[in-house]
Design a protein around this ligand. Sequence first.
Ligand code: ZN
Length: 256
Amino acid sequence: MSPITATFRFYEELNDFLARPLRGRAFESVCAHTATTKHMIEALGVPHTEVELILVNGESVGFDRVLADGDRVAVYPKFEALDVTPLLRVRERPLRTIRFVADAHLGGLAQLLRLAGFDTLYDNHFADAEIEALAASQERIVLTRDRELLKRRTITHGCYVRALKPQTQLREIVDRLDLAGSVRAFRLCLSCNAPLRRIDKAQAEGRAPEGVLERHAQFVTCDVCRRVFWEGSHWKRMRTLIDSLVPEQRERDAKA
Ligand SMILES: [Zn+2]
């Protein structure tokens, strides 16, 4: 069998994953005889979860397209401005509910996502196989800075997190997945990822310090850890963070 050679061109930030000499230009690569688009894209270093659209010879294809000699493959990340709705995207459907599972290095981001109201599983003992299983069984988006994890077979939705600081990571995820409209602050317990429930002052008695009971009217509790939260200074700092993320959020909360 004669060798199969295809030409590849990766666009925008997908280039970050390529070996330096291959960035920002078309290049040829030899492919195995049954190699699919997904196989080759990942062999070149790009996790498939980062890819939104693949064109082979100008036509949009899925991850399972087997490559033929002379194919020209263009690979695109999520588009910000360019309208690609007429083209087939590689994923069959977006996830209906946004839920995450964060890898062991993203504890800070996991807490901030919970703060913003997004169900996020996190445990610093999660093994890669566990994360993969949770993502598949509960339709969760995998968040990681480990591109090998995103190459795992059953992971269909994932985000390679580029930023290093939790607050910047939160902004990155909110921007990338266009989540600003879905932020609901103080809905989930930061420690347990469980829903917070409103309680009145009487129910908070004995569970919050006296001075706090005098000064505050609004309390919420988590039914898992039984902790009680109120709008203290820590809460206000968090509120400032959420508001910086979503400037319109304060208005929306005021109306709700
Ligand atoms: Zn809790």
